[in-house]
Design a protein around this ligand. Sequence first.
Ligand SMILES: Cc1cc2nc3c(=O)[nH]c(=O)nc-3n(C[C@H](O)[C@H](O)[C@H](O)COP(=O)(O)OP(=O)(O)OC[C@H]3O[C@@H](n4cnc5c(N)ncnc54)[C@H](O)[C@@H]3O)c2cc1C
Length: 470
Amino acid sequence: MGGCMSHLPASCLWQGALPAVAPSSLPPVAEECDVAIIGAGYTGLWTAYYLKRQDPALHVQVFEAAHAGFGASGRNGGWLIGGIAGQDAWLASLDEDAREATRQLLYGIVDEVKTVCEREGIGCDLAHGGVLYAARGVAQARRARAWLTDLQRAGHTAADFRWLSASELAAQLQIADGLGAVFSPHCATLHPLKLVQGLLHTVRRMGVRVHEACPVAGFGKGRVRLQGGEVRARWIVPALEGASTTLPELKGRVQPAQSLIVATEPLSAAQWDAIGLAGRAAFSDLSRGVTYGQRTADGRLLFGARGGYQFAGRPRWDFDPQGDEFSLRTELMRQFFPQLQDVRITHAWGGSLGLARGFTPFALRDRSRGVACAGGYGGEGVGASNLMGRTLADLICERETLLTRQRWVEGEAGLSSLRRWEPEPLRYLGYHAIRSAFVLDDALADRQDIPARLRRLVGAGADALEGLMH
Ligand SMILES: Cc1cc2nc3c(=O)[nH]c(=O)nc-3n(C[C@H](O)[C@H](O)[C@H](O)COP(=O)(O)OP(=O)(O)OC[C@H]3O[C@@H](n4cnc5c(N)ncnc54)[C@H](O)[C@@H]3O)c2cc1C
């Protein structure tokens, strides 16, 4: 049961340092199993891991079109966040006890991943240094204050998110126009592909059959269609995230959007002294651009920014490292760090992440179809996929737990309970309208030659659009 094989590009930093991943030929596909998982990214592998932890006798198979980590899991920015997108509106609506339990569950993601890595001997350069959301300029500082108020309303304390003054920020990160930052300890940075590969070896050791270069053509009740035949399974777990539109059964539920990253050559100790990040904290600014960065274990600065939606939600995995999209990110990185003006960019790559229509992740069990799935992490899937993998394992093993009682678990209506995205061309037009409003707002922020009233108006419009996304 072969298939066309694709590899992570060498221009992806994470792949560059590791030996090319060869597809495995063993063991053979079994015609019947308990759980068939589609996709060997974090969601698929975490689900397999927790299923086997709960019931070692379960027969689990994973079918991966390319190789483990070919998707977003092998390409991302390596932020392991102790939280999930859109959590604060939920938290604010819970009573105090439930809110506290959910907060601990979310913050606990980082420790859970650390614990598994230690237990299973997975080395992925994990550094638990927290995250700095820097306020670059007055408009971003204003946004930071409003955000802190929302965070308090959601029950987060100053131990979870706190304001750092400009000098406190500078002691950790020297970023241009930094007026302060929101700091949270609930984040770590890691090498994403090493985590995928460690999980792959771990689940194989536990007896999970992971079949690479083995694309799934579709699935129906109790059946997964492969190129050369069919596999029967009690449960089917599509774990495709940014590639969900490629299977007809998931079309319209999770939309791919792209994010792109550049990485510098390894920097000298003196260059790092001029930047900071001694504890390898993750960093971002508070623009609308969804920027993110980390200091890698081998001393490079990695910098990424969201951007890109393809008509009809086609996922995208190939990028031209010399293209304008990367020049833009490099330019932005140099605005953040003028001290890196002459530093060489050695890697540039991108990938597709998945957005649910509700802009928050979900996990669901659809008994009538024999399907359990999760996704819609909105670019914050490194940690969320661990939480959802645990949740799916509980749902499949029919365990009632704190995880299965959470708001992110859709009711038994299953797949049909997932809101559908608007049809094209509305999605395409909507995406570009929102993106243009965000770019305009970022460009006008702090521009003294533009009337303050006009800047406020654009800011309020962008706020309203952002509000729609939570
Ligand atoms: C550039 C970028 C930066 C990011 N940065 C961060 C970050 O710093 N922190 C964070 O939390 N999140 C980040 N994300 C998001 C995060 O990486 C994803 O949410 C997460 O990896 C999703 O994991 P997954 O297993 O659900 O999907 P994926 O990792 O995309 O896995 C899906 C798998 O399914 C396979 N597949 C597709 N079609 C088929 C088929 N028909 N049959 C079989 N297999 C198939 C694919 O090859 C792929 O391996 C980023 C994403 C991108 C693209």
